[in-house]
Design a protein around this ligand. Structure first.
Ligand code: PLP
Length: 363
């Protein structure tokens, strides 16, 4: 039993900013004088609508979205988006391009095919065991959209820049790097992100969708599976996940007001990733990064030790020292430090120090 908080490198659900947790605790029993908790309040209450609209406004400001983009909150996780995207945009059975960079993109491809959609895999890094982001990618000009996974949470790879699709709208699963760095939203038709990695708790998915793509949404879909249901009713067609949206709002406020926006967030995130990658690269081969240098993720740092025995010992000793969540995904093994927005620089520095010391003792 640990009595104090760990330094949390969990892959998701993951660390939340401490000031956000403190604010939740502060407001939990009586939200801003309403006489009740957010947990107990109607989603039609003016307090909740203010929270929802503030979360949307902050998303728009942070990502510099123009008026063509709708911001909505859904349930079903990023995984439901694997189905909703093709259901909504490929009703006429036109094709879309997918780039396969690991487990999550593989699942997105699988779900589109379950629906019988004639999608095309434009590029894949499967033959190099998903250790890199394919480049360059030959996208089809006839595709309705081009789907990418911007950060591959399990393999520890990330697009260093937005790929050029030649004008085909990008659809991006940004579950594990949304709000971690600035980017030009212009080429994107839809962005989705399960909140539980970088912007909040489990239970809500942020979806950003461009107006022109909504014309493709067919009438004959169940109401909860249509993007237009959410865009027409400001995410309030039925009861949304109120508490999760409230937490997202506080995280976005923290990014805007305490961190100072995405350029500053990116600078901190780069320093954090730099600390770990330079520790790995400077370890004389004791630690081995699993992603190719040009494709390394700033969010999920994946690495191996000389043996599985040492990996086990590393994870156990790290846990005893107060570092949690360092075990690699069960499908790939090894170690992974997820250093999302909320993981502080000092925590990452402490892990880098521990890694150096562990290598000296066991190398
Ligand atoms: C975690 C994750 C998912 C799955 O998210 P759920 O919300 O559990 O459905 C999908 N894509 C990426 C990139 C992820 O990191």
């Amino acid at each position: 039993m640990t009595t104090s908080r760990i330094i949390n490198f969990n892959p998701g659900p993951a660390a939340l900013p401490l000031p956000v947790l403190e604010e939740i605790r502060e407001e939990l029993l009586n939200y801003k004088g309403a006489g009740m908790s957010i947990l107990e309040m109607s989603h039609r209450a003016k307090e909740f609508e203010a929270i929802l609209n503030d979360a949307i406004a902050r998303t728009r400001r942070l990502l510099a979205l123009d008026e063509r983009f709708h911001v909505v909150f859904l349930q079903g996780g990023a995984t439901l988006q694997f189905s909703m995207v093709p259901m909504n945009f490929l009703a006429d059975n036109r094709s879309a391009d997918y780039v396969n960079t690991g487990t999550w993109s593989t699942n997105a491809i699988k779900e589109a095919r379950v629906l019988g959609k004639p999608i095309r895999v434009a590029a894949s890094s499967e033959e190099s065991r998903f250790t890199r982001i394919p480049h360059p990618i030959a996208f089809s000009p006839d595709a309705v959209y081009a789907h990418i996974t911007s950060n591959n949470t399990i393999r520890g790879t990330q697009y260093a820049s937005v790929p050029d699709t030649g004008g085909v709208p990008l659809v991006a699963d940004m579950s594990s790097d949304i709000m971690s760095r600035p980017f030009d939203p212009g080429p994107f038709g839809l962005i989705y992100a399960g909140a539980q990695k970088n912007i909040g708790p489990a239970g809500v998915t942020l979806v950003i969708v461009r107006e022109d793509l909504l014309a493709r949404v067919p009438d004959n879909l169940p109401v909860m599976l249509k993007y237009t249901t959410y865009t027409a009713k400001n995410s309030l067609y039925n009861t949304p996940p109120c508490f999760a949206i409230y937490t997202v709002q506080l995280v976005l406020k923290w990014i805007e007001e305490a961190v100072g926006g995405l350029a500053k967030m990116d600078a901190v995130n780069r320093r954090k990733a730099g600390l770990l990658y330079s520790r790995i690269d400077g370890s004389g081969g004791f630690y081995r990064g699993t992603a190719e240098a040009g494709s390394r993720s700033l969010m999920n740092v994946t690495f191996r030790l000389p043996s599985e025995e040492l990996e086990k010992r590393f994870i156990e000793e790290a846990a005893r020292t107060g570092f949690g969540g360092l075990k690699g995904h069960r499908s790939v093994g090894g170690c992974r430090a997820s250093i999302y927005n909320a993981v502080p620089l000092e925590g990452v520095q402490a892990l880098a120090d521990f890694m150096g010391e562990f290598a000296r003792r066991n190398g």
